[in-house]
Ligand binder design. Structure first.
Ligand code: FE2
Length: 200
C-alpha cells in the first residue's frame, strides 16, 4: 500500500507569522511530498511494499529507502508538533519530566535552542525519553531519528534550511525563537503517554 502525504492539521497560513504560508507550501507540498513519492517508488515490487513505516526505518539499512522513509516519519511528526496559538509552557507529565531533567522550563528551552542552532548543517533537534525514563536533548544529522538509538522522541524541530530559509534566510536562531510560539504541548504529552509501548 502506498504511503500518503498527510494533510496538515491546520491551514497553510495558520502558523504565520512564525512560519509563513509560503514556507509551509514548499516544505509540506514539495519537500515532504517528494520524500513520500520517492519512498513509494523505492518500495514498489520489493519486500517492503506492504510494510509499516516503522519497520522500513528499522530494517532498511543505510541508503535512499531509509532516508526517504525516515524523512516521511520525521516530517509527519514535525507537523503535529506545532499548532496555531500554541507555545507557552507544557503541563502534566511533560512539565514534570522537563523540571526533573533540566531544572526549569527556561533552562530546557535554552538547551534545546542551543542544540538546534549549533547543529552543523541539515538535521533535527529532539526532546527524547530514554529507556532509563529521563528526558534528554539530542540532535541528529540529515534524516536520522533518535529511535535508531533506542530513544523515544516526543518533540522534534526541523533545522534543515528548507524549514525556514524563505522567511528567515540564514537566521536559524530567529526561526527557533518564533517556533516556541507554536509548539503543540498537548501533542507532546500525548506522545509521552505512548513511550512505554516503545520500550516494551
Ligand atoms: Fe524538512
Amino acid at each position: 500500500m502506498a504511503f500518503e502525504l498527510p494533510k496538515l492539521p491546520y491551514a497553510m497560513d495558520a502558523l504565520a507569522p512564525n512560519i509563513s504560508a509560503e514556507t509551509l507550501e514548499f516544505h509540506h507540498g514539495k519537500h515532504h511530498a517528494t520524500y513520500v513519492t520517492n519512498l513509494n517508488n523505492l518500495i514498489k515490487g520489493g519486500k517492503f511494499e506492504n510494510a509499516p513505516l516503522e519497520q522500513i526505518i528499522k530494517e532498511a539499512g543505510p541508503g535512499g529507502l531509509f532516508n526517504n522513509a525516515a524523512q516521511h516519519f520525521n516530517h509527519s511528526f514535525y507537523w503535529t508538533s506545532m499548532k496555531p496559538k500554541g507555545g507557552g509552557e507544557p503541563a502534566g507529565k511533560v512539565a514534570d519530566g522537563i523540571k526533573k531533567a533540566f531544572g526549569d522550563f527556561a533552562a530546557f528551552k535554552k538547551k534545546f535552542s542551543d542544540a538546534a542552532t549549533t547543529h552543523f548543517g541539515s538535521g533535527w533537534a529532539w526532546l527524547v525519553k530514554t529507556k532509563a525514563g529521563t528526558f534528554e536533548i539530542k540532535s541528529t544529522p540529515n534524516q536520522d531519528n533518535p529511535m535508531s538509538n533506542g530513544e523515544f522522541p516526543i518533540l522534534g524541530n526541523d533545522v534543515w534550511e528548507h524549514a525556514y530559509y524563505l522567511k528567515y534566510q540564514n537566521r536559524r536562531a530567529d526561526y527557533l525563537k518564533a517556533w516556541w510560539n507554536i509548539v503543540n504541548w498537548d501533542e507532546v504529552n500525548k506522545r509521552l503517554a505512548q513511550a512505554d509501548g516503545f520500550f516494551k
